[in-house]
Every structure is written in structure tokens, then in C-alpha cells.
Design a binder for this molecule. Structure first.
Ligand code: PMP
Length: 795
């Protein structure tokens, strides 16, 4: 850079501003800036870039004038004199904004015909850019003050208007979704795969959540560039950093007002030791001045991420045009660090913490007592609630649920929200399709075929035809109807303790229900094979399959005719997270098929990779069923189910009676199903279930050595059972201890439930995003619970 001020400029300052002194070049993004030291104080001389038109510069000038009047009223009277004052004499409670010095004719913006440029002169504000102060020295008090002072400036600006503020601007977050959509492809080759995914997700979320809210979010003119280079700090007498000034009004825009805080946060979080604390401190401060709404705070973390994405897009675009300008890459490391940090955060936890920081309620709904009373009045007592003191759950994300006070709970129960609560990909897929079309299978639609083919591609031959339904119960209903139609036989063989659904036909094949409380007993057409339960069943051990097999075939032999269907889970859920002895189904299936029975595998709980090593539970027993039924995880919470069978069986079922299902296979459900399969593959959730499950099992085994109440640890992947027996009497299930532990774990904000007829089995079946950190949190709490377990419960 030429460090010599052009003679024409020196002359201009002398004539128009009557200033002369030492000239030093300053760095600038677009303008050419000089520091001019004079006997009356220091000034910044800004020579606008030839691309800057009057309107753009006038916006800056008017805003600076407006703000200096409002925030530092004494400056504007005579900025020259003020500049000479010591910082202590200046108004400490507001951020300083550089006051403009008029020419001798009173112009704040002067066009120089000789230079063919607009020139303006403003106070030189002393201070250290925030970026040059170590993050460790930026304590929460300072961050709170910065938030508050940028908020105060923003509050003032809400009364400022200028026509040019509404121009399209590359740095406007409200316009970012469109701009980033166009520029995102530039980034793919420049960033790592996880960052690329994070950027794609940021854009998708912005399109899904920000765009629909744009018209209702409060708007104002904002500074829009309170970054750590534009914020100046000064040290007070005690050496503490204080906020001092805000520079650079070039990116001002009329936009969503929350963007002001998003930009500030974007630059102050990444290198902070505790980014969450920093974000909360900034927000607390900002909201003192600008009371952001729950909707604005809900978008704040997304807007920070969007600013990172926008920054990468804008610099990639600028770099494409001027590849030799390294200045354009200045904030890249910071941006990547910020994105990394957000990727590690649970967004709901963050959002709820932000609401609390701003003094807003996290749950505007009714309180728990009110809901309980209304439940009693309007709902059936046959609906049960978990826990002595029921929970009110208002949000979910990943493996976590959040209650009405914003407290997080580790969810180890929900095997429905398989890829994580409210997975953004799944939500986006549902919402996008929902806004386009939702009909039924009587029209041709791509989604129905794309999904059916994707699902069937996960099945072994000859399973090649699917029916889409709305729940696990419906899937089992249809499976029974198929088996009965194809075989002409109504009888069904089931396994002791099994549960297959809530419809009449499903209750009839669920011993857990018909033999349980309120049940009508065993129907004549249903036959029960003893539960193959190697740990505590009628035969024990790994090699007990032939004995159980023999018993099952005897049950069949005693029936009036061979059953049309045999239905079972390959790993039992409701009966107690039970792994059948190896060889059981491999022996039973052919023996039953030889008598014309069709074998149905109920994969409602165990399918879709939960078991880790296998995508489907039946594979753990080395069998291929005639009919497979699917539910729960298939739609990650969206009500879906499916029945899969062979071409031969599907054709034999098609006897002329139409199978019509109003909702089954609709385009929205199919879009959801596809998104679930995509996420399982992309996030390698089956592999994750295998590794986290193996770790959990190994740690639980280890724990069982210290706590003999743990009598058995079993299962696959993230479908595990921990059976608790009384150490003093190993034949006695530790039912009371199990329920005590479940309440204790709840007090530690871990949700778990019990299983089995004696309710003495801890069942572990969390969303598959449950990882090692979550496993450790659970293991630590469980060990502590076992230590604290009252002696009379474990004796
Ligand atoms: N089969 C099994 C093995 C189940 O566990 C369940 C539900 N717990 C069902 C079928 C019924 O599914 P849904 O509740 O979706 O109808």
C-alpha cells in the first residue's frame, strides 16, 4: 500500500476541513481510510470507493449523525473539541459512535470533483479491537455490557429510517436463505464433510424455520456488523476491559432486529472458553434494551449459524472474483470454530436457556396440576402416565427431552424417535411434502414408489412387496389378514408374554394383554408357545433352543389344526428384552412351514438397525420370515407402519377384495420414511447402535461384579435388558428395587422404564443418536443409584 497521502487529499482537508497534520494509512474493506493526527485531535479521513454511491454513504452519515446526537448529544455540537477529551470525560454508559466533522460549509459528506470521490471525516476513536483482546479477558460482565450497549444502539436505531436501508444487501440475514442457496455449492470442495453437512442443514433449517416467520418478526434498521474488529474496548484504571465504541456503518440494513444480536454473538462465541455462557451473557444484556420475543430467541442460534454460512458464501464469492485478496478469508477459522461448537450443542437446550436468560417462560402452556385435572375430566383412565410425579414434556431433540422448566432428560425409553427427537431432516421432509400434497395411494406418486423400493432394498429375498399402513397394530392386523386369506386357517401360534398391538385381533394374539389385567383370557384360536428365555425360563442356558422348540411343536400338535400364522419378535420386547437361544427360530420356522403355517416377524420394536449388527431382528436368528411387520421407528414418530411379504404371498392375498388404507402410503408418510432411511445411513446409526451398545453392555457387566443385584445383561445394539434379582435370594425378582432405581434415575434426569411380568428388568432402547457421552452419564447415575439403593429393597 502506498503510505503517502495523495497531495490532492491533503489539500482537500486543508481547504474544506481546515485540518492538516500527520497522515497514516488504515486498513479498510472497501473505503480508503487515513488517520490524520492534528494539533486539535485525531481524525479518520474516509475516501469512499468509486463503487459507493451517494445513497449508500448518506445512509451511513445520517445514521452516525442520528446516533451521535442520541447517544452522545454533546459530541455533535463540536466533535473537534470532544475528540481532545480524555476517555474518562466521555459518556461511559453508551458505546461511542464516531462523530462526523462537517466541512466549512457544513457538509458531512463532501464530493471532491478533483478526486472524483466522496470524502468524509470523523473522530478517531481510540481503543483496542475486541478481536485483539484475549478471549480469557472478556469476562461475562464485559459480554453482558457489550450486549446491553449494542442493544441500546439498536434500540435507538429502531427510530431511525432511511430509504437506502431497505436495499438488497449481501450481508442481510433475512435475505441470506436465498443468497446462500445460490452460493452453497461453491463451498462443498472447500470444507470438511461434517462442516458441509452442517452448512446444508443450516440452510435447510433457515428455509424451513426462518422464511415462514420473516413476515412476522420485528424489523428495524440495524448496524448489522458488530463484529470483533468493529467493537473497540478500553481498559479502565483497574485493568478491566470496558466497551468503548462501535465502528463501520457500511452494512446497515432494515432487517429483522434479532439479527443484530446474532451478528454480535457470531464473532464473540467461537474462541470463548464457554461459548454458551458467552451467548447467554450477550443475550441477557441485549434483551435489557431490546426485549426480544420467544420467537426471535428461538431463531437466534440458527441466525448465528446462518451468519457463518453467509460469511463463508460471501467470501467464497468474493474470492472467486479477486483470488489474491487474503483479507476475504480473515474470519474463516473463527467461522469454522463457531460451526463446530453449534454442531456439538443440543439446539433445544440452548433455545430454552436463551429464553430463561431473557427472563421469558419456557412454557406458556398450562401447569401440570391443571393438565392432570383436565386429563381426569376429558380422557379415559385407561391411559396411564409414567412416574409417581408425572412429567410434562414440551420439547425434544436428539436423545433428550425437555420439561416445562427447560430441564433436559436423557431419553432411554423412546425407540420410536429412532434417529433422534425432531430430527431436522425428517421434520423438513414432512413439512415440505405437507405443504405440497397429501393424498392416498389411488393416484400415482413418486414418493410411494421411491419409499417402497428404498424399504424393500433393505429386505432379503424373497421379501419384495410392501403394504404401507399407519401403526404397528395395523401392520399386524394386515399380516394376520394376509396369513388367514392365504392359508385359509384362522389359528395363530404366539409366544408367551408377547404383545403385538392394540386392535381387537392384536389383543387376541397378545398373551401380555389377554392374560393380563382386564384381559378376557386365551382365545380358542390362539396357541401359546413357552417363552424361550435362557436366563429364567423353564429351560436355562444358551443351548436350550431344542427344548423350547420341542415344546412349541407340542403346543401346535395339540391344536385342532396347524395354525395359519406364527407371529413373534425375534428379540422379545414386552416379555422382558429377551434374546432367544440361538437356533430357536431357525428350527421352528421350517417345522411350522412344513405344516403350512406362515411365519410373521414382528419388527415393530427391533427393526431399522437398532440391534446394531443386523438391520432386522430376524437376521439374529438366521431366518427369513414370510411376512414382516414394521412400525414405531419407521417414521421417527410420524404414524406409519408397513407389512412386507413375498410376491407369491401378496398375489395369493389379492383375492378380489381391495385393500384400501386412507392414510397408509400417503406422500407425506413416504417422504418421512425416506428421510428416516437416509438419516440412518448417513449418520451411520446402525453402526453407532452397535458400538454404543457394545460399550454399554461391557460396562454394565463390569457393574454387575460390584452390584450382584444385576443378575443378567442381555440384548443387541441399543436394545438391552438389565435384569435385577434379589442377591440374597437369586430366584426372587428385585421388583421394588427396579422401580426405586427408575425413580432415582428420573431424579437424575434420565428416563428409563421397566419390563417383564415382574417389572424387574431395566429396558434400554434410546434413540440411536444416544452415544458414548450419554452412555457414561447413564452408567454413572446407575452406579450411584445402586450405591444409594435402600438396603431393605435390595436385601
Ligand atoms: N408389536 C410390538 C412388538 C410392539 O411393541 C407394539 C407397540 N408397543 C406393537 C406391535 C403395536 O404398535 P402400535 O402401538 O404402533 O400400534
Amino acid at each position: 500500500m502506498n503510505t503517502e497521502a495523495p497531495a490532492l487529499l491533503v489539500q482537500l482537508l486543508a481547504t474544506e476541513w481546515q485540518l492538516s497534520g500527520d497522515w497514516q494509512p488504515l486498513a479498510g474493506y472497501a473505503d480508503q481510510n487515513w488517520r490524520l493526527g492534528t494539533s486539535s485531535g485525531d481524525y479518520v479521513v474516509k475516501v469512499a470507493s468509486p463503487n459507493s454511491g451517494f445513497a449508500e454513504l448518506d445512509l451511513q452519515v445520517q445514521a452516525q449523525r442520528f446516533l451521535t446526537k442520541r447517544l452522545q448529544p454533546h459530541f455533535t455540537k463540536n466533535p473537534q473539541r470532544e475528540c481532545a477529551q480524555s476517555p474518562q470525560q466521555q459518556n461511559q454508559s453508551a458505546l461511542q459512535v464516531p462523530a462526523l466533522l462537517p466541512t466549512r460549509h457544513g457538509e458531512l459528506l463532501h464530493f471532491s470533483p478533483a478526486l472524483q470521490r466522496f470524502v468524509r471525516v470523523q473522530q478517531y476513536l481510540a481503543g483496542t479491537p475486541c478481536a485483539a483482546v484475549a478471549a480469557s479477558e472478556r469476562d461475562e460482565t464485559l459480554l453482558f455490557t457489550l450486549g446491553e450497549q449494542v442493544g441500546a444502539l439498536s434500540r435507538q436505531l429502531s427510530e431511525f429510517c432511511h430509504p437506502y436501508a431497505s436495499r438488497p444487501l449481501d450481508w442481510d440475514l433475512a435475505q441470506a436463505p436465498l443468497r446462500c442457496e445460490a452460493l452453497l455449492p461453491l463451498l462443498q470442495s472447500q470444507v470438511s464433510a461434517p462442516i458441509w453437512r452442517q452448512l446444508q442443514q443450516t440452510l435447510a433449517e433457515a428455509q424451513l424455520r426462518l422464511l415462514p416467520q420473516l413476515s412476522t418478526l420485528p424489523r428495524a434498521v440495524i448496524h448489522n456488523d458488530a463484529n470483533d474488529h468493529n467493537l473497540l474496548l478500553r481498559q479502565d484504571a483497574a485493568g478491566h476491559w470496558q466497551s468503548a465504541a462501535l465502528l463501520d456503518f457500511g452494512d446497515m440494513v432494515h432487517s429483522i432486529r434479532v439479527a443484530e444480536l446474532a451478528v454480535l454473538a457470531a464473532y464473540l462465541l467461537p474462541d470463548s472458553a464457554d461459548p454458551q455462557a458467552a451467548l447467554l451473557a450477550l443475550t441477557r444484556g441485549f434483551c435489557q434494551q431490546v426485549p426480544l420475543s420467544a420467537a426471535e430467541l428461538g431463531l437466534l442460534p440458527l441466525l448465528v449459524r446462518l451468519r457463518y454460512l453467509l460469511s463463508l458464501c460471501n467470501s467464497a464469492e468474493a474470492y472467486r472474483q479477486t483470488p489474491d485478496n487474503d483479507y476475504l478469508l480473515i474470519s474463516r477459522a473463527q467461522v469454522l470454530a463457531g460451526l463446530d461448537w453449534f454442531a456439538s450443542q443440543n439446539p433445544v437446550r440452548l433455545e430454552l436457556a436463551l429464553l430463561r436468560a431473557a427472563g421469558l417462560s419456557v412454557d406458556p402452556g398450562a401447569d401440570k396440576h391443571n393438565l392432570l385435572a383436565r386429563r381426569r375430566t376429558h380422557l379415559s383412565p385407561s391411559l396411564s402416565l409414567s412416574y409417581r410425579e408425572p412429567l410434562k414434556i414440551i420439547r425434544g431433540h436428539g436423545a433428550y427431552l425437555f420439561d416445562e422448566q427447560g430441564r433436559d432428560y436423557l431419553d432411554m425409553v423412546n425407540n420410536v424417535c429412532h434417529v433422534g427427537h425432531c430430527h431436522p431432516r425428517v421434520v423438513a421432509a414432512a413439512s415440505a411434502q405437507m405443504s405440497r400434497l397429501n393424498t392416498n395411494t389411488r393416484y400415482l406418486h413418486d414418493n410411494l414408489l421411491s419409499y417402497s423400493e428404498a424399504l424393500l432394498s433393505k429386505m432379503p429375498a424373497p421379501l419384495s412387496v410392501c403394504f404401507l399402513v399407519n401403526s404397528g397394530s395395523e401392520a399386524n392386523e394386515l399380516a394376520l389378514r394376509i396369513a388367514r386369506t392365504v392359508t385359509g386357517r384362522r389359528d395363530v401360534l404366539v409366544v408367551e408374554g408377547a404383545y403385538h398391538g392394540n386392535s381387537n385381533a392384536c389383543i387376541d394374539i397378545s398373551p401380555y394383554k389377554f392374560l393380563g389385567k382386564g384381559g378376557a383370557g386365551q382365545p380358542a384360536h390362539v396357541h401359546i408357545a413357552p417363552l424361550p428365555y435362557p436366563f429364567r425360563g423353564r429351560y436355562r442356558g444358551h443351548d436350550s433352543a431344542p427344548l423350547y422348540l420341542n415344546d412349541a411343536l407340542q403346543v401346535v400338535a395339540q391344536a385342532p389344526q396347524p395354525p395359519g400364522a406364527f407371529i413373534t419378535e425375534a428379540v422379545q420386547g414386552v416379555p422382558g428384552q429377551i434374546v432367544m437361544p440361538p437356533g430357536y427360530l431357525a428350527g421352528l420356522y421350517p417345522a411350522l412351514r412344513a405344516q403350512g403355517t406362515l411365519c410373521i416377524a414382528d419388527e415393530v420394536q427391533i427393526g431399522f438397525g437398532r440391534l446394531g449388527d443386523e438391520f432386522w431382528g430376524f437376521a439374529t436368528q438366521q431366518v427369513v420370515p414370510d411376512i414382516v411387520t414394521l412400525g414405531k421407528p419407521i417414521g421417527n414418530g410420524h404414524p406409519m407402519g408397513a407389512v412386507v411379504t413375498s410376491r407369491a404371498i401378496a398375489d395369493a392375498f389379492a383375492n378380489g377384495m381391495e385393500y384400501f388404507n386412507t392414510f397408509g402410503g400417503n406422500p407425506v408418510s413416504c417422504a418421512v420414511g425416506l428421510a428416516v432411511l437416509d438419516v440412518i445411513a448417513e449418520e451411520q446409526l446402525q453402526q453407532k447402535a452397535a458400538s454404543t451398545g457394545a460399550y454399554l453392555c461391557q460396562q454394565l457387566q463390569q457393574l454387575s461384579r460390584a452390584f450382584p443385584i444385576i443378575a443378567d445383561v442381555r440384548g443387541y445394539g441399543l436394545f438391552l435388558g438389565v435384569e435385577l434379582m434379589n442377591p440374597a435370594n437369586p430366584d426372587l425378582p428385585a421388583t421394588a428395587a427396579t422401580s426405586w432405581l427408575i425413580e432415582y434415575l428420573k431424579s437424575q434426569r434420565i428416563l428409563l422404564s421397566s419390563e417383564g411380568p415382574d417389572a424387574n428388568i431395566l429396558k434400554i432402547k434410546p434413540p440411536l443418536v444416544f452415544g458414548q457421552a450419554e452412555a457414561d452419564r447413564f452408567l454413572t447415575a446407575l452406579a450411584q443409584g445402586l450405591r444409594l439403593l435402600p438396603a431393605d429393597l435390595s436385601a
